[in-house]
Design a protein around this ligand. Structure first.
Ligand code: GLY
Length: 383
């Protein structure tokens, strides 16, 4: 177990703080190595006398729960821990009810904290539970996947899935603090790490061409856990997200830019039954390549841009084409139908995030269904 002095040294060396400015709901995202062992001190220092009810999953618990509990106990802040099955089915009404009841039985009061300690599933579920428990109590996100550290833990989207679709039930409920410990990522399966990277690259592609160019050079350092590179990549991503969330917390406008690659990606995820065939980030990787190829086919973005994007995504080991999904051939009509179920549908029209170039994404509501169908049919035929 590292000593506090060791932790402090590591923290001052590489930890960064990104503020999310939302008036009375503002909070910080702390990013760096070895933060888990400091979590108790960080929570106590920033959030007062609150006691913490940890919500986590079996995989995270096996590797990291003891360290987080010890850190909270050292500050007298640990109230209890709830360990749930890992995986998407946990983000459901079936899991939410018992979770809320267990948090109440734990004795969490209005001033206390739920600690969402896991990836996107746990963050969304535990955040939603916090949002409705006693009509809303505070919560802390301690994201343990790259995807959660750069995206889902920041911005206050919480919720569950239903048979009608993903994330259709939920609330905006901002965390009071986000602690992203980059060391925790070392126990993440490589496939999950790559899938999370799709969301990192998204920030370059949607609004920061310089960041994308940097990633083209630096990405190997991220996967080698070079702390400076990894922390910089997460910090840059979180800064981009914080800026967008600050100007459009409830997604009435610009926040939709964060869905670059997601309209196609969500349809592919639904088509593969949210199974192991395609992780969310892998769907986003293919969806991002599709968004660039679609933009190029519409004459919106310079020729060769989509190829450059796909080259980088492929170099990382992510899929770039629908044909890269194992286990069956897709159908354009079916994918268009699944896109219609996406919650970003407004007045029956799909919202697409298209691009004028790398770093120049924009929101489009002018796309005809027939154009998308024809594009997807070509993509599927090109396999
Ligand atoms: N993950 C997209 C958003 O937070 O808006």
């Amino acid at each position: 177990m590292p000593t506090l002095a060791h932790s402090m040294a590591a923290t001052t060396r590489a930890a960064r703080t990104v503020p999310v400015p939302l008036g009375g709901r503002s909070y910080d995202v702390l990013i760096g190595p070895d933060l888990l062992t400091e979590a108790g001190r960080l929570v106590a220092g920033r959030l007062g006398k609150a006691r913490c009810g940890i919500v986590t999953d079996e995989n995270v618990a096996r590797h990291h729960l003891a360290a987080l509990e010890a850190s909270l106990r050292a500050e007298g802040r640990h109230k209890g821990s709830i360990v749930l099955p890992a995986g998407e089915p946990t983000k459901s009404f079936a899991a939410l009810g018992p979770l809320c009841e267990r948090l109440l039985e734990m004795g969490l009061e209005r001033g206390d904290l739920v600690v969402a300690f896991g990836g996107g599933v746990i963050g969304d579920l535990a955040g939603f539970a916090a949002g409705i428990l006693r009509r809303g109590i505070r919560f802390v996100q301690i994201p343990t996947s790259l995807l959660a550290q750069v995206d889902s833990s920041v911005g206050g989207k919480t919720g569950i899935n239903t048979p009608q679709g993903k994330n259709l039930i939920g609330v905006f409920h901002q965390p009071s603090l986000v602690i992203a410990d980059t060391d925790v990522l070392k126990t993440l399966p490589q496939r999950e790490m790559r899938a999370g990277y799709a969301e990192v690259v998204k920030y370059g592609l949607l609004g920061d061409a310089g960041f994308f160019t940097w990633l083209e050079q630096a990405y190997e350092g991220i996967f080698a856990f070079d702390q400076e590179t990894l922390v910089t990549a997460i910090e840059t991503s979180v800064k981009a997200k914080a800026a967008i969330v600050a100007r459009d917390e409830h997604e009435t406008g610009d926040r939709a830019l964060l869905n670059l690659g997601h309209t196609f990606g969500h349809a592919l995820e639904a088509w593969t039954g949210y199974s192991d065939r395609l992780l969310h980030g892998e769907g986003v990787a293919i969806g991002t390549c599709l968004a660039f190829r679609f933009s190029e086919s519409l004459g919106l973005c310079p020729a060769g841009t989509a190829e450059r994007v796909a080259r980088h995504i492929e170099a990382v080991g992510l899929p770039t084409r629908i044909a890269g999904i194992p286990g069956g051939k897709a159908d354009a009509d079916e994918l268009v139908r699944l896109m219609g179920q996406d919650k970003k549908v407004r007045d029956g029209r799909l919202t697409f995030i298209l691009t004028r170039d790398i770093g120049e994404a924009f929101i489009s509501r002018d796309i005809e269904e027939a154009q998308v169908r024809a594009f997807l049919a070509d993509e599927i035929a090109a396999a």
